[in-house]
Design a protein around this ligand. Sequence first.
Ligand code: GLC
Length: 470
Amino acid sequence: MNDISRAGDPAMGAELHRRGRDLLDRAVVTFNGQAVGTVAATDPEAPALNYDQVFIRDFVPVALYYLAEGEPAMVRHFLIRCCELQATERSMDCYRPGAGLIPASFKVAADDRSLIPDYGGHAIGRVAPVDASLWWLYLLRVYVRATGDRELAARADFQAAIKRILELCLIDRFDMYPTLLVPDGSFMVDRRLGVYGFPLEVQALFYMALRAADELLTDAEDGPFYREAVAGRLGKLVHYVRAYYWLDLGVLNRLYRADTEEYGAEAFNAFNIVPESIPTWLPDWLAEGGGYLAGNLGPSRLDYRFFTQGNLLAVLSGLADGDQASAILTQIGERRDDLIADMPLKLCYPALAGDDWRTVTGSDPKNTPWSYHNGGSWPVFLWLLAAAGQHRGQPGLARTAVARAAERLPATAWAEYFDGPRGRLVGKQARRYQTWTVAGVLLADRFLAHPDILGALTFGEDVAPEQCAI
Ligand code: GLC
């Protein structure tokens, strides 16, 4: 590990890597004698709630780290177990998960004989995960690329699982947009935060899952039929997100003087966004040469908040085009005091406060301004900052951010999140020894030292955007 660490001038020392790795190994969950994932946190003092379960989204950076270390066995077992836990029945019973859904988390039963999934039926707020199936599909693709084990994805049960996810996302729907319509709190932000509708993060994951499906579906049986459906949706999704979610000074100027109440195909302001909805902080916050994808889009609704995970996933996956990707990194760099500050990175910016906080979060005491999801800082995003930055040939920001986090994290027991506009306080209800915090920073350091391992995470040729009806 020492030699590897020296190769690319990492920001973290070998000793810190060793301690982090030790924490990850201690979080491993075994079932039938096989490592199948890691618990969300190993804090000995905080109430476990469901932090003693294997969360699909939390395991992704851990899995990527083990893959980067050339240790794919746990990732393979995890992928197989999730495939087994996927709901398969098309049922009309509202309390059963829809076919295709992969649980948010799972745990080993007390008698050690089975895995118990949670599709949201037990989770705080009873939130169903939309992201888990999408993360699973993406992770499967990274695993296949990193190991060359195409046989796993080609297995009949895996092919069927991929098709179920596609059916869930592509067929039944009330809306007529290329994006995915989802309930509030259905992804990393699993509490009420006004992220119902068409949140950017889910759209980025949707795009990544579609691209993964395109690569992994075989020609067996009706594989080509599904691949064709995927190709059709991808082009439309790419055009739609790039055209309508994008915010920069030029777009803002057009929107500021835009007409409303336009009817028909020629409308410029297709979603009837009212210029008065532009928040006062935005014109000055948009950096010269910067820009980003808005947090959400719907009828008369542009959520102007900057959401870090969605934007970085868009850069890494190529959902954002080349110019947009550069502008997003410029925006983060120019506003580093807001987004990176003393603990990278803000989940979203700015925080909801006052009446907005009361009405949008339902007075959530966990999501007070600059805490938790509502503008709190999450070191797990470091892996994405490093991956996206390296992918675009701009690793500098991540290098400084990793170095700063590496200084503070051990002293703060690898906290889950940090509070305050600059992220100086350990989050009020943050777990200590949060597994994805550890994995996030270790993985970031690996990406900075070894950009070559990123090849498994990125996609090749751009998808040709397809102009849609809107
Ligand atoms: C919190 C986070 C969620 C995460 C879970 C386990 O509920 O909001 O995204 O998966 O903790 O760490």
